[in-house]
Design a protein around this ligand. Structure first.
Ligand code: GLY
Length: 285
C-alpha cells in the first residue's frame, strides 16, 4: 500500500506556501512510521516563523504566548494545552503520550514537565508576532469597550476582528505501512484571552486518528469544538467518498473559517472554506 503524508499551514493561509509545504512534506516523511512523519512535519512548521505555531505563535491580549499541540495514533494520544516558552510544543505532546500515564498536560504543569525532560526556556515571539499584537491592541482599544462580551459569540468576534488575518493551526496526517497518525500545533487565534483553549489539543475536535484513518482540523476552534469535527468526519469514513464527507462538514460552518485534511485506507483529501496551503508526499506508488 502507498504511504502518504499530507500537511497544511492553516485555514486562511496563502496558497503561495504550497511549494514550501510540498518540500516540508518530502523532508519530514519517515519510513519508520506515521507517528514519526506527522511529528517531524509539525516540528518543521513550528520552526517556520511564517506560521502560527511554535516560533511565530500569536500573542494573547495580555501579551503572553500560550500554545496548544497534540498527536494521536490509534489508541494513543498526547496533548499540551496553553504551554509557554518552549520551542516545539509538538515534541512535548509526543512526550506526554510516550513518557507519562496521562493524555493531556496544561499550563504550568506542561511547562514543568517540558523542563524536566530537557526542553529549554525559549521565546517564540517574532517581529510578525509583535506586529499582529500591536494591531490587535489597536482594534481592542477602539469604540467597543466590553471585551468579555465580544467573546460571547465567536461569529460576532470573527466579524469584528477579521479573523482570516490569522494564519491559524499547522497540522499533518499520515498513513505509513497501513497505520495512521495525526498531529497539530497552534498559537491559537488572535486576539484571545489568556487561558483560552481552541480545538487543536482536544481529541475528536482538532484531531482524530484510529484504525480507519486520521483527520486534522483548522479554523475557528470554538466552532470546531462545538461540532467535534474530527471525530464526526472519522465516524463517517468508509460510508461515502472522503471528499464528500469533508465538504459537507465544512460547508456546515456557513463561512466561519474552517478546513480539514484527512486520510483513509484508500484516499486522502483536503478542503477549506478559505484559502489553505497544503503539501502532499506520496511514497511507494
Ligand atoms: N484552530 C486553532 C484554534 O482555534 O486555536
Amino acid at each position: 500500500m502507498e504511504d502518504i503524508l499530507v500537511i497544511h499551514s492553516g485555514a486562511g493561509s496563502d496558497q503561495s506556501y504550497n511549494p514550501r509545504l510540498e518540500r516540508y512534506a518530502r523532508e519530514s516523511f519517515r519510513q519508520s512510521g506515521a507517528l514519526d512523519s506527522v511529528v517531524e512535519a509539525v516540528r518543521i512548521m513550528e520552526d517556520d516563523p511564517d506560521f502560527n505555531a511554535g516560533t511565530g505563535s500569536v500573542k494573547r491580549i495580555d501579551g503572553t504566548i500560550q500554545m496548544d499541540a497534540a498527536v494521536m495514533t490509534a489508541g494513543s494520544i498526547g496533548s499540551v494545552v496553553n504551554i509557554e516558552r518552549v520551542k516545539n510544543p509538538i515534541l512535548v505532546a509526543r512526550a506526554v503520550m510516550e513518557k507519562t500515564p496521562h493524555v493531556m498536560l496544561a499550563g504550568d504543569g506542561a511547562v514543568t514537565f517540558a523542563r524536566r525532560i530537557g526542553f529549554e526556556d525559549y521565546d517564540p515571539s517574532t517581529p510578525r508576532t509583535e506586529e499582529l499584537y500591536r494591531k490587535a491592541l489597536k482594534i481592542l482599544s477602539g469604540s467597543e469597550k466590553d471585551i468579555p462580551e465580544r467573546y460571547a459569540s465567536y461569529l460576532k468576534y470573527a466579524g469584528i476582528f477579521g479573523i482570516p488575518e490569522n494564519k491559524d493551526t499547522v497540522g499533518a496526517v499520515a498513513r505509513v505501512s497501513g497505520k495512521f497518525a495525526a498531529a497539530v500545533s497552534t498559537g491559537g487565534s488572535s486576539p484571545m484571552m489568556r487561558g483560552r483553549v481552541g480545538d487543536s489539543p482536544i481529541p475528536g475536535a482538532g484531531l482524530f486518528a484510529g484504525e480507519k484513518g486520521a483527520v486534522v482540523a483548522t479554523g475557528i476552534g470554538e466552532e470546531i469544538m462545538r461540532r467535534s469535527l474530527c471525530y464526526s468526519i472519522y465516524h463517517q469514513m468508509g460510508k461515502e467518498k472522503l471528499e464528500d464527507i469533508i465538504k459537507r462538514e465544512i460547508d456546515g460552518f456557513r463561512g466561519v473559517l474552517a478546513g480539514v485534511i484527512a486520510i483513509t485506507e484508500d484516499s486522502y483529501a483536503s478542503y477549506s472554506n478559505s484559502s489553505m496551503a497544503v503539501g502532499v508526499y506520496r511514497f511507494g506508488k
